[in-house]
Design a protein around this ligand. Structure first.
Ligand SMILES: N[C@@H](CCC(=O)N[C@@H](CS)C(=O)NCC(=O)O)C(=O)O
Length: 243
């Protein structure tokens, strides 16, 4: 298998999944990680587009199959390599899947947009940012409060063990300070972030392409690089109405 990815929230989901499967004792086939330089536009290359017509990381290549969309990749790996990460019992499985899709349809897009306006959209003036910052900021906090409620009395999103729902949601929530979605008054979310972060597989997943000492606190150099890369991706000049 090959994973074409980058050190971003959507990329981390799959890295963490691979490491959690290994931790669960699953015998995965050899996985080659290919680091995609988003700033250089490698996601738009013909080779990349053949595997993912949507031209975004991550994409998993498994023999003749190419799987795009991080949450679809989590589900694919969960089905291919059964473990507690995606239960087989019907009710438990649908509990996990509904939270997985909740992430894909809500948390990713809202936190992603909030991050973009907060950190990356340098080519529009501040006044133009007011409305999207308020809209995505409020909705981001509302989503975090849904999670805070859900985690009441639960260690993980779907009960007392980690599933692909946690793996999908965690990379966006861990970056709440970076995207400036304030969750400091949401104790269940904060405790869950620490609980997930304490897992050895999560530590390994977050470290793909990032030195150990920068997993939680990026260096100023890395922040500047990501800011530049994010600004170039977020720029209206790069927005395409066709591929
Ligand atoms: N819904 C997609 C989102 C993927 C996505 O937005 N990937 C970003 C990095 S986190 C990307 O490749 N951006 C490059 C671009 O937009 O050109 C998923 O979950 O896989």
């Amino acid at each position: 298998m090959e994973l074409w990815t980058a050190a971003t929230p959507n990329g981390w989901k799959v890295n963490i999944m691979v490491e959690e499967l290994a931790e669960a004792g699953v015998n995965l086939p050899a996985l080659e990680i290919r680091s995609i330089d988003l700033m250089a536009g490698e996601q738009f290359s013909d080779a990349f587009s053949r595997h993912n017509p949507n031209q975004k990381i991550p994409v998993l290549i498994d023999g003749d199959s190419s799987i795009m969309e991080s949450c679809a990749i989590l589900q694919y790996l969960g089905e291919q390599y059964p473990s507690e990460l995606l239960p087989t019992d019907r009710a438990a499985r649908w509990d996990v899947l509904q939270w997985l899709y909740w992430q894909a349809a809500n948390v990713g897009p809202i936190f992603g947009n909030k991050l973009s306006y907060t950190r990356y959209m340098d080519d529009i003036d501040e006044v133009q940012k007011d409305h999207p910052l308020e809209r995505f900021g409020k909705e981001g906090r509302r989503l975090a409060s849904v999670l805070n409620q859900r985690l009441k009395g639960r260690e993980y999103v779907c009960g007392n063990h980690l599933t692909i729902a946690d793996i999908a949601i965690y990379p966006w929530l861990r970056g709440w300070k970076w995207s400036k979605v304030n969750v400091s008054d949401m104790p269940n979310v904060l405790a869950w972030i620490d609980r997930v972060r304490a897992r050895p597989a999560v530590e390994r997943g977050l470290s793909y392409g990032v030195p150990k000492e920068e997993i939680d606190q990026w260096s100023e150099e890395r922040k500047a690089r990501y800011r530049k890369s994010g600004a170039s991706i977020a720029s209206n000049q790069n927005l395409k109405s066709e591929v």
